[in-house]
Design a protein around this ligand. Structure first.
Ligand code: UTP
Length: 287
């Protein structure tokens, strides 16, 4: 079955970006002039997704609004003879249908995904984290969808290799290497100490699931950090079903952290001739 739905959880509190996240959703913080969520949605669209389900929360309304039309602004830009800007803002939400569901209490990523169950229905879907950027001309989500199709509809978890000392920041897999950057999951552990980590293969925030995941999300108890962890549901699923891990090709930015956010901003600026010059001048001045 062709995958057309993406669940993007954006209900988190964004504490690493306080105080701005007191009033502005982390996912709306821009990399240059685009909110990070826009870049994540672009990856989903480039991967063939036509329906986006945001798992959202109080104070996060601006995320869905961003993908809506703003006819007053479009008219203003057209009258001001700024037609290319008018069509640029019109196009933002044209390629996808947006749905929202509220996570009433922020009980963790596993709980957030479970909130989307009735909107997902009985079909496979992808999950992208709204504060994690993956860049490649062959989009990361599409790489996983292709493995899902090859492997007759199994769940597929996107992987990146991380330095051993960073395992405590991620879900880490224990898997069998099948070659070609493909793994069969045996187990998974949330944020292990480097000494206890079963591998250096981390799960940054791209997944393909079948609706079966909801059955496992129903079974899990509160885990690490007192939250319902998606990792625990994947671990249960891997005990009963084939679950694959695929090392994703491309550049990844952890824009949920200040360091990753700065890196993405620098990388994006360096691609624009005039911004590159401004950036290098500023670095020279303030270094
Ligand atoms: P994070 O743990 O990175 O996000 O969750 P956070 O909680 O917003 O940020 P910090 O750690 O306090 O700075 C990864 C993704 O899962 C969503 C977040 O919005 C983020 O996109 N999430 C997390 C939910 O939707 N609900 C939750 O209960 C937890």
């Amino acid at each position: 079955m062709k995958i057309k739905k993406a669940v993007i959880p954006v209900a988190g509190k964004g504490t690493r970006f306080l105080p701005v996240t007191k009033e502005i959703p982390k996912e709306m913080i821009p990399i240059l002039n685009k909110p990070m969520i826009s870049l994540v949605v672009e990856e989903a669209i480039a991967s063939g997704i036509t329906e986006i389900i945001f798992v959202t929360a109080r104070g996060k309304e601006s995320i869905a609004d961003y993908f809506d039309r703003n006819q007053a602004l479009e008219t203003f830009l057209e009258l001001a003879d700024k037609k290319s800007q008018a069509s640029q803002i019109r196009e933002i939400g044209e390629k996808v249908e947006i749905f929202t569901v509220r996570q009433k209490e922020q009980l963790g990523l596993g709980h957030a995904i479970k909130c989307a169950e009735s909107l997902v229905g009985d079909e496979p879907f992808v999950v992208l984290l709204g504060d994690d950027l993956m860049e490649n001309s062959y989009p990361a989500t599409k790489q996983l969808i292709d493995v899902h199709e090859e492997k007759k509809g199994s769940a597929v978890i996107g992987l990146i290799q991380v330095p051993q000392e960073e395992t405590s920041k991620y879900g880490i897999i224990d898997g069998v290497d099948l070659g070609d950057d493909l793994y069969e999951l045996k187990s998974m552990v949330e944020k292990p100490n480097p000494a206890d980590a079963p591998s250096d293969l981390a799960v940054p925030g791209r997944y393909v699931f079948t609706p079966e995941i909801f059955k496992y999300l129903e079974k899990i108890e509160k885990g690490k950090g007192g939250e319902y962890q998606l990792t625990d549901a994947i671990k249960l699923m891997a005990e009963e079903k084939k679950v694959f891990g695929k090392k994703m090709e491309g550049q990844r930015f952890d824009t949920g952290s200040m360091e990753g956010y700065i890196e993405a901003t620098v990388a994006f600026s360096m691609r624009d001739k005039s911004l590159k010059e401004a950036l290098l001048n500023a670095v020279e001045k303030y270094k």
